[in-house]
Design a protein around this ligand. Sequence first.
Ligand code: ZN
Length: 169
Amino acid sequence: MSVLPILEFPDPRLRTKAAPVTVFDDALKQFVADMFETMYDANGVGLAATQVNVHQRVLVADMSEERNQPLALINAQILEKDGAQVYQEGCLSFPGIYADVTRALHVKVKAQDVDGNQIVVEAEGPLAVCIQHEMDHLDGKVFVDYLSPLKRSMLLKRMDKQRKQAAEA
Ligand code: ZN
């Protein structure tokens, strides 16, 4: 297994729309394992293939404290969503910044597992946020797209500043 490099905003490759997965082979299993390793290594709760510059509809998540509830969704599609929640989101492609985003409270998602079997997942609360956030990545969308232009530019400036400070340290 290997830790993959994560693209950081404003890398234009984060705007790529991912294609459906059609081949469920050992290479896909290896890729999903690498995505989990990359997410855990970065202390993230979710990761979309887009973020590691692979433009296929694969996402992984694990919201558990113990880091023992891995969920991999391939070709995920939202069947139903309802309610609303505001949750403070972060993103491995936006190191050090967080912002409140409003999303559906509950989602019902149809997807495939690594073997290509159809699965249906219902999620509420933080896991529902995570799935919606990662599905957005696969469509080339990022969480700051939901913010007002003012709020967005403030946060991006903060991210730049932190990056410069980290580079100087
Ligand atoms: Zn993200």
